[in-house]
Ligand binder design. Structure first.
Ligand SMILES: *Cc1c(COP(=O)(O)O)cnc(C)c1O
Length: 376
């Protein structure tokens, strides 16, 4: 980066946060957080003020996901990575199958592989930038899917595998999908996520929409083998049912997640946010297709994520340099996922982001690329 490039004000997005998590938190949510000051933050999570807030959040999430009868919303501390350990201990009976097509889906399978009380997981992989198809097998008691592979920008539809063994569970890592992509919850048994992506809140909390079958499984496993208390799903569920958590939760996250959920619900819920994300991501892909210096990384349009747009750049446009120029202008966290190792930007189009800001971001990238090429 030899010279600084100053993007003209009228091209700049009003908010420069396009990262894939932690991601943009809406200003209205922050105002509500500050307003909640002395009466909510800093008060006991064992008292009605906070318990009512947790109840309201669980109800709002239930409404957002249109949960079928018997499904419940559980939450606790630790984020998605922590939930993987919970799943290893509390939800996989003996053997799981994992569709692996990026960093996050791979990590969960590695957690399972290390557990000596489980059989080696079955791993079904595909080329980076695609997703594999499920391989239904009678011995598999748990299928591990990922709705949106945030590291590559590939998404897959969530359907129960046809012909799976009786009682087999479908666990879905929905960390970056939940809230931004339509899902039929009855097609899975645990749809788990953390709220620092589509739900415009902070890290450190996990949520799971769980089916009666998943609850039954967790109850049975805790009778069969030792589970550390913090990894015992049923323990967390019982606390959630009482609108509390085993240990102190993040009150900030309870409030911020509720704010985003209610904002989406007021505008039509899942249908609203799905449409909004699709419109924004379509803009990004169309833009990339029309440029000689950019191409969508995912070649099959059917697999292109509506919330994580991965865009490859021409060789002469080094994404790290482009990223630095954008960052210097307040546009942050669009650099591609480091371990994927491509000359790539990754642009989040989560619900909290304004469609107009996506247009401005693209105009800003055009501006910087033009300067990089013509003023090297
Ligand atoms: C961000 C992300 C994770 C990790 O979430 P943490 O809350 O940081 O543990 C896992 N899976 C997917 C798909 C993600 O996007």
């Amino acid at each position: 980066m030899t010279e600084s490039i100053i993007i003209p004000d009228d091209l700049l997005p009003a908010d420069g946060r396009f990262g894939s998590g932690p991601s943009k938190i809406r200003e209205e949510s922050m105002d509500a957080l500050i307003e909640s000051g002395k009466t909510y933050l800093g008060t006991s999570h064992r008292k009605p003020t906070v318990q009512n807030a947790i109840a309201e959040l669980r109800e709002s999430l239930g409404e957002f996901f249109q949960i079928p009868d018997g499904y419940e919303i559980a939450m606790a501390n630790g984020g998605t990575t922590f939930f993987w350990d919970i799943a290893v201990h509390s939800l996989v009976s003996e053997q799981s199958e994992h569709l692996v097509f990026g960093e996050f889906s791979s990590r969960f399978s590695e957690f399972v592989a290390k557990a000596d009380f489980l059989k080696d997981p079955i791993i079904v992989k595909s080329e980076m930038g695609t997703h594999p198809e499920v391989d239904v097998r009678p011995e598999v008691d748990t299928y591990a899917f990922i709705h949106n592979e945030t590291s590559t920008g590939v998404f897959m539809d969530i359907d129960r595998p046809q012909g799976a063994a009786n009682g087999a569970l479908v666990l879905v890592d929905a960390t970056s999908a939940a809230g931004g992509m339509a899902v039929d919850i009855s097609e899975c048994d645990a749809y788990y996520f953390a709220p620092q992506k589509c739900f415009g809140a902070d890290g450190g909390t996990w949520f799971a929409v769980v089916s009666p079958a998943a609850i039954e499984r967790a109850e049975k496993i805790r009778e069969q083998r030792y589970i550390p208390t913090t990894l015992d799903f049923f323990e967390h569920l019982q606390n959630s049912r009482a609108n509390t958590t085993y240990n102190t939760p993040s009150l900030v996250n309870v409030l911020l997640t509720t704010q985003t959920t209610k904002w989406m619900l007021e505008r039509g819920g899942m249908e609203f946010s799905t449409r909004r994300c699709k419109e924004m991501s379509n803009k990004v892909y169309k833009w990339a297709e029309a440029r000689d210096f950019a191409t969508p990384f995912i070649t099959d349009p059917e697999m292109r994520s509506p919330v994580s747009c991965t865009i490859d750049f021409a060789e002469d446009i080094d994404y790290t340099v482009l990223g630095k120029h954008l960052r210097a202008n307040g546009i942050v966290d669009v650099e591609g996922y480091r371990k994927l190792g491509r000359n790539q930007l990754r642009i989040a189009t989560f619900p909290a982001i304004e469609p107009e800001d996506i247009e401005k971001l693209l105009a800003s990238i055009d501006y910087v690329v033009d300067r990089m090429r013509n003023n090297p």
